[in-house]
Design a protein around this ligand. Structure first.
Ligand code: SF4
Length: 88
């Protein structure tokens, strides 16, 4: 399966951007690096990160590794992005 298929790019069944379940895409403008669901301090041999967000973990259009979603740290994002709370 090609990366574009995994991401749901161009799918006529998609109602939003990206994959159907989590709307994961790698087109910005936000990115996983700024999300609390990204496994901090981890990057695999391909430079990818891991995400523990529940929708991403069960999204069949996203690749997984040991139950966690494989994500593009710099360009990936989904509708469940959650930035860390700001401390004032
Ligand atoms: S933006 Fe979405 S895909 Fe990326 S780490 Fe956060 S929850 Fe996971």
């Amino acid at each position: 399966m090609k990366a574009a298929e995994l991401l749901g790019a161009g799918s006529s069944k998609s109602k939003g951007v990206g994959t159907r379940v989590a709307e994961y895409a790698e087109t910005g403008p936000y990115h996983c690096a700024d999300c609390i669901h990204l496994k901090k301090g981890f990057k695999d041999a391909n430079g990818k990160g891991r995400c523990d967000e529940p929708h991403m973990k069960r999204d069949p259009q996203v690749r997984h590794d040991q139950g966690l979603a494989i994500v593009n740290i710099e360009h990936g994002c989904c509708r469940f992005v959650k930035p860390p709370k700001k401390t004032e």
